[in-house]
Each structure stands twice: as C-alpha cells, then as structure tokens.
Design a protein around this ligand. Structure first.
Ligand SMILES: C[S@@+](CC[C@H](N)C(=O)[O-])C[C@H]1O[C@@H](n2cnc3c(N)ncnc32)[C@H](O)[C@@H]1O
Length: 333
C-alpha cells in the first residue's frame, strides 16, 4: 500500500504561536466571514459555545471546589470571561490571580467580575502567562493552577507550553493543576466527505489540485456525527499527559493499529479525555453530543485501501501546539 504524502503546506510554526492561539485555535468550526470592524476578527466565536457548555462548566466547578480553600493561592491562566476565577472565588478562594493575553477580553472580564461582586477576590492581569512576574503580577507562587486552554485536539491552544512555563516560574513545586492529566485517543477514519472538507482534486472536470496548497496540514475540528463515516479501528490511545510531572516537551512515538473493517482510510479522528482530578473527566469523544468541542480530524492526502486484520504503523509527532499522525508502513497480517 502506498504511503500518503504529507506536505507542509501552511508554514505554521512555533514562531507564530500568538497568532495561532488568538486566531486559529480550533474547538468548533469558525465559519463566518471576518468583518474588519467586528470583535470577531480578534475574539473567536467559540467563546459563546464554550460559555454555554453546561457539561464543561459543571465539570470544572466540581473539580475546582474540591481543591480551593481560603489559604490556597489560585492562578487561573486564560481568564476569558473570568468564569473559572469566579467559580474558584465562589467556593472559597480568597484571592485569585487570573491572566488574559487578549486585552479586550481582559477588559470585559474585569467588568464581569465587578458585575458579580468578586472584585475584592479576583485580580485580572492583562498579560500572557509567560510574561507574568511573581512579586509583581502575583504576590507569591500559586499553589493551585487552573487553565482551560484546550482545543479539539487538546494541544492547539498551547496548554503544554503554558503549564511547562507555569510549573517552572509561577507555581509551588507541589501545586495542584487542573486539569491533572489527559489522554488522546484516535481511530482510523473512513469518510470521503470529511476528506473533501480539506482537499480537492477534480471540480467540474477541472484539475483543481494546486488549490491543496491551502489545505490544513494539521488537524481541524469536525462534528463527526453529522458526516457519513465509519471508524475502521477501535479507539486507541495515542498519547498520555500527566500535567503535574511529565516534561510536556515535544516527542515522537510509533504506534501500530489493527484494522477492524475492510474499507478506505481517509485519515484519523482523535479526541481527548481530560482528567480534572477527583474523578472528573471531560471528553469530546464522537458520541458526546453535549460538548462544544468537536472532534479533531487529520486527513491523509492519499486515502489507502485496507482490509480487516491489516496492521498500520503510524508515527505520531507531538509539538507544543500540534499532534500529527503520519502513516509509516503497512504490515499484512
Ligand atoms: C478557552 S478560553 C477559557 C476562558 C475561561 N477560562 C473559561 O474557561 O471560560 C482560553 C482563554 O485563554 C486565553 N489565553 C490563551 N493562552 C493564554 C496565555 N498563555 N496567557 C494568558 N491568556 C491566554 C485566550 O485568549 C482565551 O481567552
């Protein structure tokens, strides 16, 4: 079987992380046209779906209330509306520092916190977490970190470098981190319609394949249940993260996956299981219809035909903001 070519089309790099995080983070599809005078050119629309995700909000509330107390110092990275900082304060945190790197969001978070009467307990710092200074922005290192900087493929909003830096510069050595752990699982995906969301070859009998220079190289969000599809392998663990102790550095891993059904592999679908501690787990698995997070899909440029019993060898590359699956070799059984 042929090994699919994967070209680095879009040139996204670690150097444009700020742009990537602000404009391209991927929870849900961003389908509307950006109006230059609209906030939408700066503030992704997924903030609304996220704020209305009751399952997410309740999960964080349950996890947060287990750990906060008046004498513990809370750092919330990525304030957004201030929601998680207010939840911490509601459950007894006497002082919460919450940073937000997008200035207009930080400004509105301050308003929301005052509106809800928490201005004496929460300080919003309009900075990127990596620019926070202990002794200036927060009095001392924090012993609780809360950060919900998770996109559909877990890492796209920068949670790995955020926690890595926080552990090194902003937290006590034994700090509690919410989320505590995560697992990324995947299945081989058959769906030519999902493949068509990112690649085009023949349109009205014209060869339009050069347009694929604009294809997304990495993963993108898809609400998989709305597209005809088949999962050709069982859910398989791709990567595990322990945010308290792992280095969270980029890594590469080889993995073998057994094909369960004859068909055509167009790519992989993957999702996370986010362990918030104390038995609270959030997931954007395909069958979770409540989550605002869609699934992450990565298409292979050239689909491959497989048979039940084949074993596919995949290389998984995890960087600070991407998880990339590449087909290595195929072994017949
Ligand atoms: C997904 S939202 C979560 C908002 C809020 N914590 C909640 O759960 O409702 C993440 C927010 O973090 C901000 N953010 C992402 N990376 C950040 C960083 N390194 N430092 C500060 N803010 C960051 C984004 O601008 C965004 O507003």
């Amino acid at each position: 079987m042929k090994k699919p070519k994967l070209k680095n089309y879009n040139g996204a790099s670690e150097n444009n992380l700020d742009f990537f995080v602000n404009h391209n983070s991927m929870r849900t599809e961003s389908t509307s046209v950006l109006h230059p005078m609209s906030w939408e050119s700066v503030i992704p629309r997924w903030h609304f779906a996220m704020l209305n995700d009751v399952e997410r909000n309740q999960a964080f509330e349950t996890a947060i209330k287990h750990v906060v107390s008046p004498n513990r110092r809370v750092l919330d990275i990525g304030a957004g509306s201030g929601l998680l900082a207010m939840i911490a304060a509601r459950h007894g945190a006497s002082y919460v520092t919450s940073c937000e790197m997008v200035q207009p969001i930080a400004h509105v978070a301050n308003k929301i916190i005052a509106l809800n009467g928490f201005q004496d307990h929460i300080k919003i710092v309009a900075k990127k977490s990596q620019d926070l200074v202990v002794g200036l922005d927060l009095a001392q290192r924090a012993d609780i970190l809360i950060t919900e900087t998770v996109d559909c493929g877990l890492v796209g909003e920068g949670i790995l470098p955020i926690i890595r830096h926080a552990r090194q510069a902003l937290l006590t050595p034994d700090a509690t981190i919410i989320p505590a752990k995560a697992v990324v699982k995947f299945s081989l995906l058959e769906s030519h319609l999902v493949h068509n969301l990112n690649l085009a070859f023949d349109s009205a009998s014209f060869d339009v394949s050069p347009f694929n220079v604009f294809s997304t190289v990495g993963y993108f969000p898809v609400r998989l249940r709305i597209w005809p599809h088949r999962l050709l392998s069982k859910p398989t663990t791709a990567l595990k993260f322990d945010f308290q102790v792992d280095s969270l550095e980029p890594r590469q891993k080889e993995i073998s996956v057994q094909v369960e059904h004859n068909g055509t592999v167009h790519g992989v679908v993957f999702w996370f299981e986010l362990d918030l501690g104390n038995g609270v787990v959030l997931s954007n698995a395909v069958d979770n219809q409540k989550s605002h997070w869609m699934q992450a899909v990565q298409c292979f440029e050239e689909p491959i035909n497989v048979q039940k019993g084949n074993v596919l060898n995949l290389t998984i590359q995890q960087s600070d903001t991407n998880i990339d699956f590449q087909l290595a070799t195929t072994l017949e059984h």
